[in-house]
Design a protein around this ligand. Structure first.
Ligand code: ADP
Length: 425
């Protein structure tokens, strides 16, 4: 099937052609036709499968074909909720690309940046709003955003929203939008029970679409394990980068913590390797400039935490390195899925110390294969005894004191105070 076989606005067809898209990806092939008919969609798909295009095309087509329900230009017609700022930016970029030839306005509201311009943009009016949950709620409460005439609602990466503690925010937003006459497109890589419950309340007779179960997407990625010691991981990484200079040109390194990402980036730079770090504590400007440096090749290594890296739209990552193995196999699959995109080959390298061997076993169980171990390298594992779990410090008990009314929790806002940008990591 080609995009031309699907009946949507020719201007969107042209925009896709200009981007070099000919054939829809599996999720697009399954989701676009029923979504164009106005059906609700329950999509089980992870990042990199072409989800954004799968929901963007039906939104653009519908908004251009059907006249708005209100003449008030401040009423938002389509809302796309997504957990992180990076994803939000990428979705807006894609919408603008695909809708380039249409007279529709798209905008973005997200936390972590000044809201001044976001409020101005909403006052002028937008048809499609991409948003992270908390900032959207703030703006609705303060009367700057009005979803009361919403026609299409997209919930993207619902399981990540749950992981990041956004479920209460999502429930609040659902109460703000019309409950009838609304098309809902719902996407999640996994379906934990809370998410399943949410789909039951949100969707009406949805069409279920699912692509590539987690384990099969990783088949085309060459994976390997380096057994080593925690203390040698940096030297091992530097050795790998220096010995594979021309092959390892765009390397995404995952660390468990923000602090770890910064520390590693500084050490790599000291070893003469051009690196940048992105994580939730970096300003938006710093993240965008790190991403741009990585994309244009002026920086070779991007060190990232999981949440910051989610949804990164970079097609030519040659290598993903797990500096630490994640304790959730799914995170491993998400991480290595950042390479080998758009039909290219990809390589995923993982460092595993003795304490991480248990994570490796879980990962291999989920991906249903053994990851080959690279025997020949200068930093083999020498510590074979697991470190003892850290002892919890016992705190001295304080005598019970009844609470004095009122003090402490001054805010009466029911939602979290994070400024809400999906950066809680
Ligand atoms: P997701 O939202 O699942 O992460 P995107 O829609 O952003 O996926 O697509 C992932 C990458 O694949 C992007 O670089 C996008 O430009 C590209 N892409 C998406 N659909 C197609 C297609 N049908 N043909 C070629 N490239 C595509």
């Amino acid at each position: 099937m080609n995009f031309e076989d699907l009946s949507f606005d020719p201007r969107i067809q042209t925009a896709l052609k200009n981007k070099g898209y000919v054939r829809p990806s599996p999720i697009q092939e399954q989701a676009i036709p029923p979504a164009l008919e106005g059906r609700d969609i329950l999509g089980c798909a992870q990042t990199g499968t072409g989800k954004t295009c799968a929901f963007a095309v039906p939104i653009l087509d519908r908004l251009i074909k059907i006249p708005p329900r209100s003449t008030d230009k401040q009423k938002i017609r389509a809302l796309i909720l997504t957990p992180t700022r990076e994803l939000a930016l990428q979705i807006l970029e894609s919408l603008e690309d695909y809708g380039k030839l249409l007279p529709l306005r798209s905008g973005l509201v997200m936390g972590g940046v000044s809201e001044f311009n976001q409020v101005k943009m909403l006052q002028k009016g937008v048809d499609i709003l991409v948003a992270t949950p908390g900032r959207f709620i703030d703006l609705v409460w303060r009367g700057h955003a009005d979803p009361s005439f919403l026609e299409i609602f997209v919930l993207d990466e619902a399981d990540r929203m749950l992981d990041m503690g956004f479920l209460p925010d999502i429930k609040r937003i659902i109460e703000m939008i019309p409950s009838t006459n609304r098309q809902t497109l719902f996407f999640s890589a996994t379906m934990p029970p809370e998410i399943k419950k949410l789909t039951d309340t949100l969707l009406t007779d949805p069409v279920n679409v699912a692509v590539a179960p987690v384990s099969s997407t990783v088949d085309k990625i060459a994976q390997s394990i380096y057994l080593t010691d925690k203390a040698d991981k940096l030297d091992l990484l530097v050795w790998l980068l220096k010995n594979h200079d021309n092959k390892m040109s765009h390397v995404l390194v995952f660390t468990r913590t923000k602090h770890g990402a910064d520390k590693l980036c500084i050490k790599l730079r000291k070893s003469g390797i051009r690196s940048a770090a992105i994580h939730g504590d970096k300003s938006q400007g710093a993240r965008v400039s790190a991403l741009n440096d990585f994309k244009d090749g002026s920086c070779r290594v991007l060190v990232a935490t999981d949440i910051a890296a989610r949804g990164l739209d970079i097609d030519d990552i040659t290598h993903v390195v797990n500096f630490e193995l994640p304790n959730e196999p799914e995170t491993y699959v998400h991480r290595i899925g950042r390479t080998g995109r758009a039909g290219r080959d990809g390589t995923a390298i993982s460092f595993c110390d003795i304490d991480e061997k248990k994570y490796l076993r879980d990962i291999e169980r989920v991906i249903k294969k053994q990851v080959p171990v690279i025997e020949e390298h200068p930093f083999p594992m020498t510590v074979f005894v697991e470190s003892k779990p850290k002892q919890k410090q016992s705190r001295p008990r304080r005598p019970f004191q009844p609470r004095q009314g009122g003090g402490g929790n001054s805010g009466n806002r029911p939602h979290n105070n994070q400024g809400n940008s999906g950066t809680r990591q």
